[in-house]
Ligand binder design. Structure first.
Ligand code: NAD
Ligand code: UDP
Length: 340
């Protein structure tokens, strides 16, 4: 049966891919995004790919009156909450902005949801809540450590707030998804990751080197205790991630409470492996140099994703070559992102 899903941050990278999959399965989608880190063009492209309509409100989740109007005039079944600021480095410079946007924004959203008796929520958390892992692969039951930055703290705080909320009112249905490292793009090459300024993350930096926007990839350290000394992460195709949200919504139809799942592949790749695989798949050389470690980085991080498999019936399908191929198609076709 078709549902109406409100997607905060739905014009962003992961949001736009999830909106597309929701439309494909026949759901109605309402997007709320303030476009602070996104372009409405992403939603236009989603409409083009799916041939379906998306209702869009340019609004801030901190604006309670605007959110209330949206809930008042629409029959919403569940919310997927992507809206948030996510630049780790920036969060150390302007922590209050990050806490206000991410934490207060989530509280405001939940207040309005409660007011309109919409109590099904899927929340975007991050593997960063584990801090520096004591053991690998990471299981949901492992301690959430000491995130090294305000962004990570904001995610951990929101997780705790959502658990307290469910404790106070067991009719809430909440899935917390801890994403590992999303990369890739929809196979159409029409939507993808479009960071502002110099990319913080590895894959968009690699694709911008490949397309000629940047000269050289700086690899942050080759003296970690990993297979080749460079950092290891669990990269996951953004379409696999998007499909995880659809499975989470299914879970909420049957179960109340708070459920937390890792969304990763369970496989870790090093920075060098990423650069080499991308070069092989794209045919573009990726010149690189080794530089100092980036402060706050950890050596290795990858998921045990068996809880999502057992409970949600979800596993990642796409391999690293496919992720690189899709990232490259998006960048090649849109060298300047949505500005092209
Ligand atoms: P993104 O920046 O592309 O998307 C976030 C969207 O939220 C943007 O479209 C932005 O304009 C919007 N937004 C931000 N603050 C808002 C506000 N106050 N009101 C309304 N809209 C607002 O980022 P993404 O990569 O798609 O990430 C989505 C979510 O997943 C974020 O919460 C992020 O922290 C989380 N996450 C991302 C990663 C990653 O590596 N991309 C990893 C783990 C978790
Ligand atoms: N990295 C790098 N050069 C870059 C960006 C990232 O060497 O320009 C490394 C980083 O040190 C880490 C991995 O690539 O080992 C993934 O970094 P990213 O910022 O994408 O994700 P996160 O560190 O948040 O997991």
């Amino acid at each position: 049966m078709s549902s109406t899903i409100l997607v905060t941050g739905g014009a962003g990278y992961i949001g736009s891919h999830t909106v597309l999959e929701l439309l494909n399965q026949g759901d109605q989608v309402i997007v709320v995004d303030n476009l602070s880190n996104a372009s409405e063009e992403a939603l236009e492209r989603v409409k083009k790919i799916t041939g379906k309509h998306v209702v869009f409100f340019q609004a801030d989740i901190l604006d309670k009156a605007a959110l209330s109007q949206i809930f008042k005039h629409n029959q919403i079944d569940a919310v997927i909450h992507f809206a948030g600021l996510k630049a780790v480095g920036e969060s150390t410079q302007i922590p209050l902005t990050y806490y206000h946007n991410n934490v207060t924004g989530t509280i405001t959203l939940c207040q309005v949801m409660a007011e309109y008796n919409v109590k099904s929520l899927v929340f975007s958390s991050s593997a960063t809540v584990y801090g520096d892992p004591q053991a690998l692969p990471l299981l949901e039951s492992m301690p959430t450590g000491l995130p090294t930055n305000a962004y990570g703290h904001s995610k951990l705080m929101i997780e705790e707030i959502l658990r307290d909320l469910s404790e106070s009112d067991p009719s809430w249905r909440i899935v917390i998804l801890r994403y590992f490292n999303p990369i890739g793009a929809h196979e159409s090459g029409l939507i993808g990751e479009d960071p502002n300024g110099i990319p913080n993350n590895l894959m968009p930096f690699i694709t911008q080197v490949a397309v000629g926007r940047r000269d050289t990839l700086s690899i942050f350290g080759n003296d970690y205790n990993t297979k080749d000394g460079t950092g290891v992460r669990d990269y996951i195709h953004v379409v696999d991630l998007a499909l995880g949200h659809l499975k989470a919504l299914e879970k909420l139809k049957t179960d109340a409470g708070v459920f937390t799942y890792n969304l990763g592949t369970g496989v870790g790749y090093s920075v060098l492996e990423m650069a080499n695989t991308f070069a092989e798949v794209s045919g573009q050389p990726i010149p690189h140099q080794i530089v100092d470690r980036r402060p706050g980085d950890i050596a290795a991080c990858y998921a045990d994703a068996s809880a999502a498999k057992n409970d949600l019936g979800w596993t990642a399908q796409f391999d690293l070559k496919r992720m690189c191929k899709d990232s490259w198609r998006w960048q090649k076709n849109n060298p300047n992102g949505y500005k092209d």
